[in-house]
Design a protein around this ligand. Structure first.
Ligand code: PMP
Length: 407
């Protein structure tokens, strides 16, 4: 098995006598040395304000920025680089859509269809739009494993539906939702489809030219790049229907005393000085992932998932979520330990240098629909190893004993 950890110094470093078994990749991934070095190199040699200057550094920064736009468009199969808008993160991309698309397009009597498994970033902006426009929010509910139900997709998307916004992969249970079916159904009613790819773009090979959503969003920091860089993909025809989100420098064509004309797409959606350093990190992150091959990323995570489920399934003190069908699961495993609060599990595991997540995972409506408040969650990336999982299993076997329960 290839040792990818060699490129991730933080994963090799000893902290209190051992390395960190990092199992919180759904929250954020670690950065390989190639990404870290590229950020340093950019700041050392090329830092300049893009799009604005006639001098060498500004031209260089612009080149890097625009070449990355093209690279991102190729990575996800967009038809042209103008369909890629750089944002801060998936959350900002979704807010941009809510304000620039939802606010203009919706009215009372319309419905916004959301997946019950959506992350808060794909719920709260729509609640704001619902309050402002009078459009109603409707949820596609899930089965007990967290998969969006077929009959719900069939019934909730109908002639009142104007926007459907769902996560491709849920960040709580790692379930791959049937977005192909959802998109097909939405098209029957000419509804606009937004796919939250925050948990899919980093882990699966996605081609928007085949999937055919109207919009897709994701964050760089969940795919080896820096925090503070995100992407909004939009079909060019759809982007043309949208008004700008933020207003100011760089997004204008001409400013008069009382009136302004705006730049072309995509620049009109990128107000102010942009995060070129973040864009550099995303560029190198994409190179890194392409080098491994997204199919290999997916396969490696699937192996880790299967191994984890096989090691957990007989443990009587574990309640596992998400079901056994690994054909529609990614490398995320949510679970609870009998009698122990997830936060205590995470704190105890931290003593063994094992990084996991506990809580509601920014998906409170989903958690509530499943009948619990919080879970423990481990999540993999291609650099994780079977040894990380062995360490995790060994540690969870001690948790109940640690708190004085019979194991
Ligand atoms: N959607 C999903 C499915 C996520 O998992 C996350 C991050 N946990 C987000 C959206 C928001 O991402 P960010 O915080 O980077 O904007």
């Amino acid at each position: 098995m290839i040792n990818y950890k060699k490129d991730f110094e933080v994963l090799q470093k000893e902290v209190n006598g051992s390395t960190i078994a990092y199992l919180d990749n759904a929250a954020t991934t670690q950065k390989p040395k190639q990404v870290i070095e590229a950020i340093r190199n950019y700041n050392k040699n090329y830092n300049g304000s893009p799009h604005r200057g006639a001098h060498y550094l500004s031209i260089k920064a612009t080149e890097i920025y625009e070449e990355t736009r093209k690279k991102v468009s190729e990575f996800i199969g967009a038809s042209k680089s103008e369909e890629i808008i750089f944002t801060k993160n998936a959350t900002e991309s979704l807010n941009l859509l809510a304000y620039s698309y939802g606010l203009n397009q919706l009215k009372e009597g319309d419905e916004i269809v959301l997946g019950i498994t959506n992350h808060h970033s794909n719920i709260v902006p729509w609640q704001m739009i619902s309050e402002k426009t009078g459009a109603k929010i409707v949820y596609i509910m899930s089965d007990k494993n967290g998969q969006l139900k077929k009959e719900e997709i069939e019934s909730k998307i109908n002639k009142k539906t104007k926007i459907v916004s769902v996560s491709h992969v849920s960040n709580t249970f790692g379930i791959i939702h049937p977005v192909e079916e959802i998109i097909k159904k939405a098209k029957e009613f000419s509804a606009t489809v937004i796919i939250d790819g925050a948990q899919s773009i980093p882990h699966l090979k996605i081609d928007v030219s085949k999937l055919d959503p109207d919009f897709l969003v994701f964050s760089g920091h969940k795919m080896l790049a820096s925090m503070g860089i995100g992407v909004l993909y939009g079909k060019f025809e759809k982007l043309k229907e949208m008004s700008p989100f933020l207003f100011g420098g760089d997004m204008i064509e001409y400013v008069d005393l009382y009136k302004t004309t705006y730049e072309e797409i995509p620049y009109r959606f990128e107000a102010g000085t942009q995060n070129v350093e973040g864009v550099v990190s995303l560029s190198v992150a994409i190179d890194y992932l392409n080098n491994i091959g997204m199919e290999n990323v997916e396969n490696k995570e699937k192996e880790l998932l299967k191994y984890t489920l096989s090691r957990l399934k007989d443990k009587h003190f574990i309640e596992l979520h998400g079901g056994n069908d690994t054909s529609y699961r990614t490398g995320i495993v949510s679970f609870n330990i009998k009698d122990v609060h997830p936060h205590d599990v995470a704190t105890i595991l931290d003593e063994y240098n094992i990084a996991i997540r506990s809580g509601h995972h920014c998906a409170q409506p989903f958690m509530k629909s499943m009948g619990f408040n919080s879970t423990c969650r481990i999540s993999f990336y291609f650099y994780n190893t079977f040894e990380d999982i062995d360490r995790f299993i060994e540690a969870i076997e001690k948790v109940r004993g640690y708190l004085g329960y019979e194991s």
